[in-house]
Design a protein around this ligand. Structure first.
Ligand SMILES: Cc1ncc(COP(=O)(O)O)c(C=O)c1O
Length: 376
């Protein structure tokens, strides 16, 4: 079993602590515990008082009733029993792929997207075909190409919606077509949905509601702004599949912990407030990003539609020098981005524009400055 290095995670592991100006992260500016507790009308006093008396046992093994109830509200067709808590969305994706894929299975994966969605099935011995995204399609893949890739024995299609690192959204009409193609051969669809589109006009829905063999994975790490609590979940209409995932959980996780579960349930209970905060940050910062791109001839971008990741193109950078540029940008200007080669897309970079405004403005200014100083 050979596991390849996780490109963007490895980059962050090595470099993120040296950043003075971090515009690489995909989370919408993380909330403090104080901000989280203030979601409650009494400032979290009774929440904390209850927690102080709680025994820190394993707690509810597959997620507390309060947590599962809140997660179930995010879907139309998912019974509470088919929701399982996981250690983040990475834990959910890991479990879904492990539960569905084995040696020799055929998998189709949106590519590039979140690396776990294609390299983890490959590690398990699957034959993974890439369903490539196209810049000219707004970073979406083409349905016609999926029709060419699908096989009678295709076991799983892996999607990321909205997608990392581009922020591209697969809308409901598109997903229904994907489901139709999958249904013809009985394939499952796994969709990592950590980047929730925040524009209310977007025609968005989780795959677990759209498709009877759909599996939605999600967490409170990105749009919900709390990656410091390692809680995600997996949701599917298929009860037998949920049981399969339950079995894997016993080997890999047991539970997400009393404290993390309680905070995750609190975040989701107040999701309207949390999402309003997130929406405010995204809208304001996206305007700053757009203004920068408009005035900076050395970059261009297909703007994300109110999704927290963005992918910038460096118009005059030699694509072969993308990582070198990013390392020198960090060393000389203190600015952290993620070079696009870490997503197999050299010549571009992920900019996490949903940080605080001052950091974003300073980071963009320094990128512009360094684009002029860097020698290709
Ligand atoms: C698409 C996607 N899924 C999952 C994760 C990790 O999520 P979590 O913190 O919930 O494990 C990331 C982090 O960058 C991501 O981009």
């Amino acid at each position: 079993m050979e596991l390849v290095q996780f490109g963007c995670e490895d980059w962050l592991n090595v470099w993120e602590k040296s950043a003075k100006v971090d515009i690489a992260q995909s989370t919408i500016e993380s909330m403090t515990l104080e901000e989280i507790l203030e979601l409650e009308p009494d400032g979290g006093k009774s929440f904390m008082a209850n927690l102080m008396k709680e025994k820190f046992s394993y707690g509810w093994i597959e997620g507390s009733p309060a947590f599962k109830k809140e997660v179930a509200k995010l879907y139309e067709k998912i019974p509470v029993d088919n929701i399982l808590s996981t250690n983040g969305a990475t834990g959910a994706n890991f479990m879904a792929v492990l539960g569905l894929v084995g040696e020799g299975d055929h998998v189709i994966a949106q590519y590039p997207s979140y690396q776990q969605l294609y390299d983890w099935p490959k590690t398990l011995g699957a034959k993974v075909d890439y369903w490539k995204i196209n810049e000219e399609e707004g970073w979406r893949p083409k349905l016609s190409e999926l029709r060419e890739l699908i096989r009678p024995d295709t076991k799983l299609i892996c999607l990321n919606n909205a997608a990392q690192p581009t922020g591209a959204i697969l809308d409901v009409v598109f997903l229904r077509e994907v489901s139709k193609i999958a249904r013809e051969v009985g394939a499952y669809i796994l969709c990592d949905e950590v980047y929730l589109p925040l524009n209310e006009k977007t025609d968005y829905a989780p795959i677990a509601d759209i498709y009877e063999k759909g599996i939605s994975t999600n967490s409170i790490s990105k749009t919900y702004s709390v990656p410091g609590i390692r809680v995600g979940w997996i949701a599917t209409q298929d009860a037998a599949l949920a049981d399969e995932f339950r079995k894997i959980r016993d080997y890999t996780l047991i539970c997400t912990g009393v404290f993390d579960d309680a905070i995750a349930a609190l975040i989701l209970k107040h999701k309207e407030k949390v999402l309003a905060r997130a929406r405010g940050i995204v809208k304001e910062n996206l305007e700053i990003l757009k203004e920068w791109v408009k005035n900076e001839p050395l970059v261009s971008m297909i703007f994300p539609n109110d999704v927290s990741v963005s992918f910038v193109k460096f118009n005059q950078l030699d694509p072969g020098k993308t990582e070198d540029f990013a390392i020198k940008l960090l060393k000389e200007k203190g600015v952290l981005i993620i070079p696009g080669n870490r997503f197999d897309l050299p010549g571009y970079a992920r900019i996490g524009y949903c940080t605080d405004k001052k950091t974003l403005c300073e980071g963009l200014r320094l990128v512009s400055e360094y684009l002029r100083e860097y020698e290709n």
